[in-house]
Design a protein around this ligand. Structure first.
Ligand code: HEM
Ligand SMILES: *[C@@H]1O[C@H](CO)[C@@H](O)[C@H](O)[C@H]1NC(C)=O
Ligand SMILES: *[C@@H]1O[C@H](CO)[C@@H](O)[C@H](O)[C@H]1NC(C)=O
Ligand SMILES: *[C@@H]1O[C@H](CO)[C@@H](O)[C@H](O)[C@H]1NC(C)=O
Ligand SMILES: *[C@@H]1O[C@H](CO)[C@@H](O)[C@H](O)[C@H]1NC(C)=O
Ligand SMILES: *[C@@H]1O[C@H](CO)[C@@H](O)[C@H](O)[C@H]1NC(C)=O
Ligand SMILES: *[C@@H]1O[C@H](CO)[C@@H](O)[C@H](O)[C@H]1NC(C)=O
Ligand SMILES: *[C@@H]1O[C@H](CO)[C@@H](O)[C@H](O)[C@H]1NC(C)=O
Ligand SMILES: CC(=O)N[C@H]1CO[C@H](CO)[C@@H](O)[C@@H]1O
Length: 327
């Protein structure tokens, strides 16, 4: 072999090596097809069985997946309990209202019985969120698997990475940008607020204390809607009463989020903030006046992006035995 050929051969060999290691480090469809062939079916069956009785659980599962992915990537760090030594993400203010932990724990128990130590909590959450949204007639998206579970869960990091409901467009752009999501993803993923509920204190400052001086209503909120909300949420501290985020169709994944925004009826300041930039405003008009199918297919693309945020693959992290506790 001449010198140039040798160099070419070496170069190609190196290239192949890189390609192999980078595919190994990526999520793939049906990652468990050999190691736990029934895994995805078990998740789907469990979702079908339970979401039929409790369709309102789809929303918290979707939200938990979002909170998970925004902090240290989609690695189920959101599910880890605090310990004597560590205040976990769960304890951070945005996580106080998360629900659905028992649902994922139940699934994990089934999967540990089927194939011990194989299926990650992060994948279970990603699959269950997708399957439950599909079950209530929402969009479908691909969930390649192979996520590994993280070992670190830090409440301060959750506080810094998850946008508060008081966020303006600058904060939203920054926090989404930090995980590789753009303004289009922001508008599409915010439309998840077409399902689910909120506690009064997540938005009641808009009703009673917008100026920060104990009075004043947010001028960006439709006043008729504000009056209705005030009847349910009587003060700024009530953290018990809940309201539907998309009144009348809070279990239906539809275009109404965009229509509500146009009527200045987005529930949070962060929802209203999407109307304050021309870029996000034009996405709102575009999706709101388009077909449900096109919204669903765009939403799917953004979910697939979200599901890949900083994932741990290969030998990174671990497969947790119990989702609430690191091994
Ligand atoms: C853009 C920034 C976002 C902010 C500031 C935000 C904030 C919130 C807040 C404050 C609640 C109500 C919590 C409560 O009081 O119970 C909520 C609920 C919810 N969020 Fe978001 N969110 C954002 C983005 C997202 C994204 C990206 C998703 C998913 C793709 C999502 C899905 C949900 C769902 C489904 C609920 C209802 C949960 C339930 O019914 O328990 N949100 N969000
Ligand atoms: C995690 O914390 C929750 C809520 O405090 C508790 O119900 C659950 O038993 C804990 N799980 C484990 C495995 O310690
Ligand atoms: C807490 O930290 C101490 C000292 O570093 C260690 O001995 C102990 O095992 C830790 N406990 C837990 C629950 O992690
Ligand atoms: C949690 O994260 C914060 C902010 O990044 C950091 O200052 C703190 O040291 C972390 N805590 C632990 C226990 O690692
Ligand atoms: C947006 O909110 C951040 C954080 O509260 C604040 O520092 C910033 O000044 C706000 N930006 C605008 C344009 O209001
Ligand atoms: C109104 O907001 C200000 C500033 O955030 C806060 O100090 C005050 O306690 C709030 N008042 C009420 C009644 O919630
Ligand atoms: C706020 O409203 C809730 C629900 O009605 C009530 O339980 C609570 O005592 C009220 N808090 C204050 C400070 O008025
Ligand atoms: C609700 O607010 C009360 C009083 O501030 C507090 O003790 C309680 O922990 C809060 N509950 C939740 C679920 O945040
Ligand atoms: C669902 C959940 O784990 N909520 C926790 C949030 O943090 C508070 C305070 O640390 C805990 O009491 C809750 O159990």
């Amino acid at each position: 072999m001449g010198r140039p050929q040798l160099i070419t051969t070496l170069f190609l060999a190196l290239l192949a090596l890189f390609a192999a290691s980078s595919t190994q480090a990526q999520l793939q469809m049906n990652f468990y097809s050999k190691s736990c062939p029934k895994a995805e079916q078990i998740v789907l069956d469990y979702v079908t069985k339970h979401i039929s009785n409790a369709p309102s659980l789809a929303a918290p599962l979707l939200r938990m997946h979002f909170h998970d992915c925004f902090v240290r990537g989609c690695d189920a760090s959101v599910m880890i309990n605090s310990t004597a030594n560590n205040t976990a993400e769960k304890a951070a203010a945005p996580n106080l209202t998360l629900r659905g932990f028992n649902f994922i724990d139940g699934l994990k128990t089934l999967l540990e019985k089927e194939c011990p130590g194989v299926v990650s909590c992060a994948d279970i959450l990603a699959l269950a969120a997708r399957d439950s949204v599909v079950h209530i007639g929402g969009p479908n998206w691909q969930v390649p698997t192979g996520r590994r579970d993280g070992r670190i869960s830090n409440s301060t990091e959750a506080l810094n990475a998850i946008p508060p409901p008081t966020s303006n467009i600058t904060t939203l752009r920054t926090l989404f940008g930090n995980v590789g999501l753009d303004l289009k993803d922001l508008v599409l993923l915010s439309a998840a607020h077409t399902i689910g509920i909120s506690h009064c204190n997540s938005f009641s400052a808009r009703l009673y204390n917008f100026t920060g001086r104990g009075n004043g209503q947010d001028p960006a909120l439709d006043s008729e809607y504000a009056t209705k909300l005030k009847m349910k949420c009587v003060n700024t501290t009530d953290n018990v009463t809940i309201v539907e985020m998309d009144p009348g169709s809070f279990r239906t994944f539809d275009l109404s989020y965009f229509q509500l925004l146009q009527k200045r009826r987005g529930l949070f300041q962060s929802d209203a903030a999407l109307r304050t930039s021309s870029t996000t405003q034009s996405f709102i008009s575009q999706f709101g006046s388009g077909s449900v199918q096109s919204f669903f297919s765009e939403f799917a693309k953004s979910m697939e992006k979200m599901g890949r945020i900083n994932v741990k693959t290969g030998s990174a992290g671990e497969i947790r035995r119990t989702c609430a506790v690191v091994n």
